[in-house]
Design a protein around this ligand. Structure first.
Ligand SMILES: Cc1cc2nc3c(=O)[nH]c(=O)nc-3n(C[C@H](O)[C@H](O)[C@H](O)COP(=O)(O)O)c2cc1C
Length: 180
C-alpha cells in the first residue's frame, strides 16, 4: 500500500515532520509512507493551472498514484498553514487528484488543543468540490497531539501512550483504504 504524507510545516525541527518520520519508520513493514515535498511548490496561480510548473505536475502525479494520503499539520492562527492550503489549491484544479482519495488527518502542537481548529478547517477544505476526498471519520479517529515538548525526543515521537494510540489509528486507516 503506497501512502503519501503531506506535512504542513517546512521547519527543520518541526514536530509534525518528526511525527511523519516516526510513522514512516514505525509502520514500514505494513505500508510504504513517503513524504511529499510541498515546500517546492510555487504559490498557486490560476493562470498556470492548465500547464503548471513541473514540480506541480510531479506532486499531482504522486497524489494521483497514491492509495491514500496522510496529512500531518500544525495549527497556524487557528487554521492550516498556507503552505498546506497552497498544495491543496493546486491539487484541486483541472485533474482534481484528491477526489475519492482516502485521507487521514493528524496534527501536533506544543499547545493544549492538539490542532483541533486546524483539523476542523482541514476537514472542511477536504470536502470542497475540487477536493472531495474520503476522510477517515473524526468520531474516534481524531489524532490531536498536544504538549509536543514532552512527547518528542531526538527527532522522534517517544510518548508510549501516543504511539499505542497511533498504532490503532493507522490500523483503522489501513482498513479504511482497503475498503475505500
Ligand atoms: C504563524 C504561527 C501561528 C501559530 N498559531 C498557532 C495556533 O493557532 N494554535 C496552536 O496550537 N499553535 C500555534 N502556533 C504554534 C505552533 O503550534 C508551533 O510553532 C508548532 O511547533 C508548529 O508546528 P511544527 O513544530 O510542526 O513546525 C503558531 C505558530 C506560528 C509560527
Amino acid at each position: 500500500m503506497n501512502i503519501v504524507m503531506i506535512v504542513g510545516s517546512l521547519r527543520k525541527e518541526s514536530f509534525n515532520k518528526q511525527l511523519a518520520n516516526t510513522m514512516e519508520e514505525r509502520f514500514k513493514e505494513k505500508i510504504n509512507l513517503k513524504i511529499a515535498d510541498i515546500g517546492s511548490l510555487p504559490l498557486f496561480n490560476q493562470d498556470e493551472e492548465h500547464d503548471p510548473p513541473q514540480v506541480v505536475k510531479d506532486f499531482k502525479a504522486e497524489i494521483a498514484q497514491a492509495d491514500g494520503i496522510v496529512m500531518v499539520t500544525p495549527e497556524y492562527n487557528w487554521s492550516v498553514p498556507g503552505v498546506l492550503k497552497n498544495a491543496l489549491d493546486w491539487a484541486s484544479r483541472v485533474d482534481k487528484v484528491f477526489i475519492g482519495k482516502p485521507v487521514m488527518v493528524l496534527g501536533v502542537t506544543p499547545g493544549v488543543a492538539g490542532t483541533l481548529r486546524a483539523q476542523t478547517h482541514l476537514r472542511q477544505i477536504l470536502s470542497a468540490p475540487g477536493i472531495q476526498s474520503k476522510v477517515l471519520a473524526p468520531g474516534s479517529n481524531e489524532i490531536l497531539i498536544s504538549f509536543a515538548n514532552e512527547k518528542f525526543d531526538e527527532g522522534q515521537l517517544i510518548d508510549e501512550d501516543t504511539l499505542n494510540f497511533l498504532d490503532r489509528k493507522v490500523e483503522a486507516f489501513i482498513d479504511f483504504v482497503k475498503t475505500a
